[in-house]
Design a protein around this ligand. Sequence first.
Ligand code: ADP
Length: 271
Amino acid sequence: PAEYFFTPIHEQGRYSGSVLSFRDISQRYALDRLKDEFISTVSHELRTPLTSIRGALGLLSSGILGNISDKAANLLRIAVTNSDRLVRLINDILDLERIQSGKEPITFRPLQLSDVVRQAIDGMQPVADAAGVQLLHDTTQAEISGDPDRLLQVLTNLLSNAVKFSTNGSTVSVMMRPGAAGVTLSVIDQGRGIPADKLEAVFGRFQQVDASDSRQKGGSGLGLAICRTIVQQHAGRIWAERNPVRGSTFRVFLPYRPETLAAAQVAAPLD
Ligand code: ADP
């Protein structure tokens, strides 16, 4: 891999030519790989002890301690919440690594996108009910070729974010617009919205609009990076927009026949 620079040369205020220079970035590329591998190895090693800590905490909070003070119960609650957060973070790191490395190639098969939407909505319904958020979806039918489990993961992530950043009494809607080459899926919320200069950054790893988002909302900042990787493997596009009045809309364009387009995308570095 290489990157190139184009430097215009001016002599006495007049353009006289340009210098094109190339820089070999294979070392940086190799370093990035090494860093990713390191993170995933560490995450892997952390998962087993963490699972046992989480299991033990679960048992302790299930009442085997008998009567405990409010203070002790509160400390247990904090330990459970935070180990759940760590488990989510580690699972997201390992998930992203697995998907990006191509260790688990995706399998395209014909599917009704509306089935995936319904499944994602059913899965999120309890969370939405608890948050007082109404989930709506249209009934448009669209058959595409894709990996249903991965697409379910994308939709679940988008719905989970939409609910997480919405307030009680608001609505989250999923809409599908079939076009000439593919379908555009939109997840529209009426939540707190995303600043214009962060609309692209939120798809980066560990990127959160607010530093308190991971603490208060329990996220890892990896969900949208995972979504983008999966959508790219489907030769599609994912982006975020600000709504005119309130909230944000996440759009996913999925081509009808990704098999004919995806090979080039998957071969390229996904970052
Ligand atoms: P997280 O696990 O933090 O949700 P994501 O990668 O899914 O990680 O999202 C990154 C950040 O983008 C979030 O922490 C939040 O700041 C912002 N974000 C994502 N979706 C929304 C949304 N629907 N409304 C407002 N902000 C959002």
